[in-house]
Write a new protein. Structure first.
Length: 371
C-alpha cells in the first residue's frame, strides 16, 4: 500500500488511477504495481534463464574484440561502464569503416534495456537476443559476419569450455543469448527514488523531493517517462514501448532533426522523427542526450522541454506528440534546479555497473572507448 501521507499529490493521482499521460482512469492489472519494478512482466526467456555462468560468459564476450573483423572493436567500445554504458559522444564513431566518420545516432545506454519491448532508437527489433548480433554484421560497427565471429570464438578453448558449461554448445543462438543475458544483468533499480517510492521519505533530499513532484506535475516528465521504470513502458499494463515525436533539433543547428527515426523501419509517415522513449535511470551519466546528442547537458534538455519541446521552437514540427502541445512549461529557475537535482540524484544507481575484466579469452586488448 502507498503511504498517502508522504508521497506528493501529483504522484498519488497517478498511482490511484489517473494516468497523467492520457487522462483516463486506469484499471490496474492484479498484482502489478506503480511503485516497484514489475519483474514478472520482464521475466527471462525460457531458453535463456540467467545463471552466473551465462552472465560471466556474456560479460567476457561484451568486452572481447574477437567479435569484430579487425579484432579492435568490442561491444564495450560503444557501451562502456565509465560512460553510463554508452560512449559519451553525440554520435558513435564508425569504428569498422576504413573511411572513418560517425554513425547517424548516439549509442544508447544499456542500463535497464531488459525493461523495454523494443531495442535500438527506432525499435527495429523486439528482444535483446535479436539485437545482440546486429552490430557484428553492421559494416560500419564491427564489420564482420556472425559466421566469421562464431569461427573466431570457437577457435578459443576457453570459450568452447564456457559455452559447453553455460549452454551445452556454441551456436549462433547461444552466442546471441550469452550477450543478451549479460545485458539483462545491467540494471539500475536501487536508486534513491525506489526507496522513496517504498515509503522512505529520507531517501530524497528536499530539493530532489520537490523535483519528484514537478516530474509528475508541472514539468510533465511522467507524460512519457512512466513510473516505476522511468522509460516509455506505461503501467499498470506494461505491454509496449512507446515512441515519441518530440521535435529534437539537429545538434548545433536550430532546425528539426533530419533523422526520420522509426519511419525508416516502419515506412509509416506517422512515425517520422519518432524515437524510443529511453530510461531516465542513470541519466546523469549518459550525456549527451537524444538520439543525435543534440544536448550536452541536462540543463539544456530541461530548457528544451520548458520551451514546449519541438512545438516551442522556431522550426515547424507538423506531427509533434500531442503530449507536447500544451505550450511552454514556464518553470522557474528554482523549479528547473529542483527537477535537475531529482534527475541527477534521485534516479542514479551504479551498484550494478559491470566490472571491466582484466583479460578476455581471445588475448586481445580488452575493449575500451576509442582514443
Amino acid at each position: 500500500m502507498l503511504n498517502t501521507t508522504r508521497l506528493p499529490f501529483a504522484f498519488l493521482s497517478l498511482a490511484g488511477g489517473l494516468l497523467l499521460g492520457c487522462g483516463n482512469p486506469a484499471n490496474p492489472v492484479q498484482g502489478l504495481s506503480l511503485v516497484s519494478i514489475p519483474e514478472q512482466v520482464f521475466a527471462d526467456p525460457p531458453d535463456n534463464i540467467t545463471t552466473p555462468e551465462r552472465v560471466e560468459l556474456g560479460r567476457l564476450l561484451f568486452f572481447d574484440p574477437v567479435l569484430s573483423e579487425n579484432g579492435k572493436i568490442a561491444c564495450a567500445s560503444c557501451h562502456h561502464p565509465t560512460k553510463g554504458m554508452s560512449d559519451g559522444l553525440p554520435a558513435s564513431p564508425a569504428l569498422a569503416d576504413p573511411k572513418g566518420g560517425f554513425l547517424t545516432r548516439s549509442s544508447p545506454s544499456i542500463y535497464d534495456t531488459r525493461y523495454q519491448f523494443a531495442q535500438f532508437w527506432d525499435g527495429r527489433v523486439l528482444t535483446m537476443e535479436q539485437q545482440a548480433l546486429k552490430p557484428i554484421e553492421n559494416p560500419r560497427e564491427m564489420g564482420s559476419t556472425v559466421q566469421k565471429a562464431l569461427s573466431r570464438v570457437s577457435a578459443i578453448a576457453e570459450y568452447r569450455d564456457r559455452f559447453s558449461a553455460a549452454y551445452g554448445e556454441l551456436t549462433e543462438s547461444s552466442l546471441a543469448r550469452a550477450i543478451a543475458v549479460f545485458g539483462r544483468s545491467v540494471t539500475a533499480n536501487s536508486a534513491p527514488v525506489d526507496r522513496y517510492l517504498a515509503g522512505d521519505t529520507s531517501a530524497l533530499s528536499k530539493d530532489a523531493a520537490a523535483g519528484f513532484d514537478l516530474y509528475f506535475g508541472k514539468a510533465r516528465c511522467s507524460f512519457c517517462h512512466y513510473v516505476p521504470l522511468f522509460n516509455g513502458v506505461e503501467g499498470p499494463e506494461f505491454e509496449e514501448t512507446r515512441f515519441r515525436i518530440t521535435g529534437v533539433p539537429e545538434r548545433g543547428i536550430v532546425e528539426l532533426t533530419k533523422d526520420l527515426g522509426r519511419e525508416e523501419f516502419t515506412h509509416d509517415p506517422r512515425h517520422r522523427h519518432s524515437f524510443k522513449t529511453p530510461t531516465l535511470r542513470n541519466v546523469a551519466h549518459t550525456a549527451p542526450y537524444m538520439h543525435n546528442g543534440a544536448f550536452d547537458t541536462l540543463e539544456q534538455v530541461i530548457d528544451f522541454y520548458d520551451q514546449g519541446a519541438g512545438a516551442g521552437q522556431p522550426y515547424i514540427v507538423d506531427n509533434v506528440d500531442a503530449r507536447l502541445r500544451g505550450g511552454p512549461l514556464k518553470l522557474t529557475a528554482l523549479e528547473k534546479q529542483q527537477l535537475l537535482v531529482f534527475l541527477r540524484d534521485g534516479l542514479t544507481d551504479l551498484s550494478r555497473r559491470p566490472d571491466v575484466p582484466a583479460r578476455v579469452p581471445s588475448g586481445l586488448p580488452v575493449g575500451s572507448l576509442p582514443k
